[in-house]
Design a protein around this ligand. Sequence first.
Ligand code: NAD
Length: 479
Amino acid sequence: MNLNLYIKGKWHTPTNGQNREIVNPANGEVIFHTVDGNKDDVQAAIQAARSSFDQRDWPEMTSAQRSRLLMEVADRIEKQLDTLAELEMLDNGKPLHEAKIDVQDAADCFRYYASIIRKSNGKTFNPAPNLETVVVREPIGVCGLIVPWNFPLLMGVWKIAAALAAGNTIVLKPSEVTPITAVKLFEIFADTGFPAGVVNLVMGEGKIVGNELAISHDVDMVSFTGGTETGRQIMKAASGNLKKVSLELGGKSPNIIFADTDIELAVDYALYGIYYGAGQICSAASRILVEESIYDAFVDRFVARASKITVGPGNNPDTEMGPLVSEEHMQKVLDYIRIGQEEGARLACGGNRLRNTGLSAGYFVEPTAFIDVEQNMRIVQEEVFGPVVTIQKFTDETEAIELANGTRYGLAGAVFTNDGNRAWRVIKKIKAGITWINTYHENYYEAPWGGYKESGIGRSLSETGLDEFSELKQININL
Ligand code: NAD
């Protein structure tokens, strides 16, 4: 398989770039090699996107033509669903059934944005008797898109589909840990017949390749998904030309469970909320808050079920939770488990790397839960990004809200209760952009996705996501 960069409609092998081994996290074996791009490669990709945008062949294509190409990409993704899902599983480690959901979602995302650009573009107002005001969307220009490893294909597609639908040209930088499905996606672009320079792919280290996209004055917008500290660095780097910055960052999301809820339902969603994706999901429910009167019953049920989760390689149909993405990331998660214990929190289950037969070479960590935790502990305040949850007790609604909002993050949150008034009252006080009542992780393209506080700036998905990749212009007409 060709694992090269894609610049101005051609595959490109970086010269003098550092070789990189791409490892299967289920067994530690090297599955592919890539060569990192350098600053010159990134500049070539930016200039390709720049001249393509300035020639206007993509932004001025009719919405019908643009929509047709995006629909074709969706069809081609779907035709290759099994191959793409298999590669995603090998590269990221996630179970095959999860990878298949991601690939289908990627096709649907292209279809969603291909459809909404066929609707009316803009709004009209009549603010004074002699004045007609029209607000139109225009593309921003060259968009640098930087994405993480947890949903390697899907996080890229959320950005690419919206950016292209809005008429921008793009340079994508996947995570250096999981670049394979991005390369496959660019094979699809190459076969679909986009004008040269509309879509470009660079690979390599964030501090070099990603940073070059963030600092370049020829990039008009940088859209980033990843860790909060990286987001901060990108924002600084982007300040040179005050380019538009969109950030989807980390989380430490609360899952509040009141005593009047259906406890079995709450346990089901609490497990799904933290252990789906091995907890490597920005919106993971990594802090469970339980009302005092059902705390012990909840912990007993949760721990009994968590301990029975089948952990294993993604290609085993029985696997419910796969490995962590890399040895380095596993080490970070194990460090947090150690820190939690040193801080005085108590392990209710898990806590170890799995060394069972067949798993010892992979990066598997047990589903882990901490009890006896205090709000100021690092294990409660910092994003672990692994299968590690804290379970805290609260006495009343006021305390639940205070604990829920008591971190620097504000990505997601949930409430479980059978009292409809309380559900609304509490959810409206949660400082987060994505919230759920009596469910978790539900997400559809019709609604905007993004965080409050240090979980990000801006929104992806929905029509708001199209605005995010657009300049909005008001045109005032004197009648
Ligand atoms: P990361 O921040 O380490 O890396 C993300 C991307 O940024 C990678 O492509 C990396 O190469 C690049 N990068 C790193 N340093 C850079 C720099 N200085 N300049 C430019 N680019 C740079 O994140 P990760 O470890 O790949 O992913 C995990 C993080 O992503 C978690 O914090 C998670 O919460 C977050 N995330 C957020 C969302 C969301 O929607 N809010 C979704 C998925 C993941």
